[in-house]
Unconditional design. Structure first.
Length: 120
């Protein structure tokens, strides 16, 4: 079911994803689309389960980092004017081990971000 975005905006809503048993998103034509959520017809494969476990472990590592370290990643992402959060920046660097991006962010923002160990 599609409704005009201005009707949804009237209520101050800008939802995307699952919301109260409904799946909502904006279509390529900027229309607000929503429909009842469904459950998967087949269970997750072993590879999907492994990937979910990997990302869950990475999220756990982020949450276990000291607040000062997380704040430094967040501040660096904001100072670099990139359109991702500090969590997403850290996640990219930690999962890919991309030292070039980390060096660029450090140079542009004057920060001293490091990855102590490659976690995954």
């Amino acid at each position: 079911m599609q409704i005009q975005p201005n009707l949804v905006s009237l209520f101050g809503l800008n939802i995307q994803g699952d919301f109260g048993g409904m799946t909502c998103y904006r279509s390529a034509r900027h229309r607000f689309t929503w429909f009842a959520s469904t459950t998967p017809k087949v269970p997750a494969s072993i590879v999907q389960t492994m990937q979910r476990a990997k990302w869950s472990a990475m999220a756990h590592v982020w949450r276990s980092m000291p607040l000062t370290d997380r704040a430094a990643w967040t501040a660096a992402a904001a100072a670099a004017h990139i359109r991702i959060s500090g969590y997403n920046l850290w996640m990219h660097c930690a999962t890919t081990g991309d030292e070039d991006i980390l060096a660029t962010i450090n140079r542009q923002t004057g920060s001293d971000l490091t990855l102590q160990t490659r976690t995954i």
